[in-house]
Design a protein around this ligand. Structure first.
Ligand SMILES: [Zn+2]
Length: 474
């Protein structure tokens, strides 16, 4: 039997504007409950919403970065439903005429690049938060009215891996353009997945399952794969199922039924009469387009061609804006881009926690250039270079000072190294026999001994050369 997996994603992203969507309350995460609320976001009688211009601008940036067509006229609607953290009794959203439609984002798959379609992007507002205790439920309304965009993908993904790749790529793109901090753990990036499976022989499909509120990339991938297996079993057993909403149980690695899914009709959509339609022209759209920075995919392609980097290195170095900027500012002042890339990819990144999110080093690009120059010119050897870098992270001192302080200048003087080599050869007659007998490993041991004697300062190439010469003459 052959099955086609059909996966679509619905993603909610909180925009990082200074103020909320329809009022001037501060838009930040956390804080004392119910301290950032006003009559508008609490929906007190008579309060009128006004669209925050930056919410529109940020949404347009996201829509353009995701290759969408912008609707010159869009409007807001009320999505009616009752929930304690929704003070109005409805949520302001865009239903039938959203701000943007028909976009796409390209992901890398095992079979090469693949375009994942985007149906639409709509502006909406977030709701408050319920905090469930043992005997009570407390409600924090700070999040009411926080601006959201909902991004609805087409069902173009065919596996958990592709779903994850799409979400990661989307997150990286939104982070690059600076419209959201896209933190899944703080809820500024939230993902629901829709999954069903089609029997390619009979054409029979399962009903779509929605898995809500996945809070990590890993959970997205696992939940999709779990649902695909479950749907195939449903088809094979000839079972039908209503459209359901499920949640992911990370502990047991499975999805759990929450409810039979609401349909559009359950929400009684109606136009939001307090907000005027959003009307924009081409000139406005072009002004926003001009503000977009270079997008991650373009930056990666440019890094490959301009700096001759590998696909993998370019992908890592463009995984965050700060990391890419650091690489470029160093590469601009140092003529060996591959050496810059290698040092960042290994020595720097291993010392920087969570490279994707907050790439931050405690020194300037110029200090790093200085360190690379010391290594490249042979004034210090590679190992000493690593020591200097560690010290730059710890004490924040300048490379030249660290080198002087620790006496790390490389010794490249034949006579000085010759003395150490002679001593080591004298102490290790067995190793000399071994080398003469063809055991190459003994050579590494002798080099190590000389390096040790020099306290790491000897030029390893010269040590090797002198050892070879002297042993040959023995
Ligand atoms: Zn407010």
């Amino acid at each position: 039997m052959s099955y086609k997996t059909i996966v679509g994603l619905e993603i909610h992203v909180e925009l990082s504007t200074v103020t909320k969507a329809f009022c001037s309350c501060e838009n930040t995460f956390g804080g004392e409950p119910n301290t950032r609320v006003c009559p508008v976001c609490l929906a007190l009688p008579g309060a009128m919403p006004v669209l925050n211009e930056n919410v529109l601008n940020y949404t347009l940036m996201a829509a353009l970065a995701l290759n969408c067509t912008i609707n010159k006229e869009s409007k807001f609607d009320r999505k009616n439903y009752f929930y304690p953290d929704l003070t109005k009794g409805f949520q302001i959203t865009q239903n039938d005429r959203p701000i943007a439609v028909e976009g796409h984002l390209t992901i890398d798959t095992d079979n090469g690049p693949k375009d994942i379609g985007i149906y639409q992007i709509q502006m909406e507002e977030d709701t408050g938060k319920s905090l469930h205790g043992d005997n009570e439920t407390l409600i924090d309304y700070n999040r009411c009215g926080v601006p959201l965009i909902e991004i609805v993908s087409k069902p173009d993904m065919a596996s958990g891996k592709e779903g994850r790749a799409f979400l990661e790529n989307l997150r990286n793109t939104l982070k690059f353009i600076g419209v959201s901090d896209v933190k899944m753990e703080e809820g500024s990036l939230r993902c629901d997945v829709n999954v069903n499976v089609k029997d390619e022989l009979t054409g029979k499909k399962t009903a779509v399952t929605e898995v809500k509120n996945l809070n990590s990339f890993r959970a997205v991938e696992k939940a999709i794969d779990f649902e695909v297996a479950r749907h195939i079993a449903l088809l094979e057993n000839g079972e039908d199922e209503l459209r359901t909403t499920r949640r992911w149980d990370d502990v047991n690695g499975q999805t759990v039924l929450m409810r039979v899914k609401y349909t559009q009709a359950d929400y009684r959509f109606q136009p939001e009469g307090d907000l005027v339609p959003v009307v924009i022209d081409d000139a406005y759209i072009e002004t926003i387009r001009a503000q977009l920075p270079e997008l991650p995919a373009d930056k990666k392609a440019r890094f490959i061609s301009a700096y001759n980097l590998s696909e993998y290195d370019a992908a890592v170095l463009t995984s965050s804006v700060q990391l890419a900027e650091f690489f470029e500012s160093v590469a601009a002042k140092f003529d060996d881009a591959n050496m810059v890339s290698n040092w960042i990819m290994t020595e720097v990144l291993r010392r920087v926690e969570d490279t994707e999110d907050n790439f931050e080093v405690p020194f300037e690009a110029d200090d790093f250039v200085e360190l690379l120059n010391f290594v490249k010119s042979g004034k210090i050897n590679n190992n000493a270079g690593k020591k200097v870098l560690r010290e730059m992270f710890e004490s924040k001192a300048k490379p030249a000072d660290i080198i002087e302080d620790k006496g790390l200048l490389q010794v490249s003087d034949d006579s000085a190294i010759g003395v150490w080599v002679d001593e080591v050869l004298k102490d290790n007659p067995q190793s000399i026999e071994d080398i003469k007998g063809g055991k190459d490993r003994a050579m590494g041991f002798l080099v190590g001994q000389v390096m040790k004697k020099s306290k790491g300062k000897a030029n390893p190439g010269l040590v090797n050369k002198l050892l070879q010469e002297k042993i040959q003459k023995m």
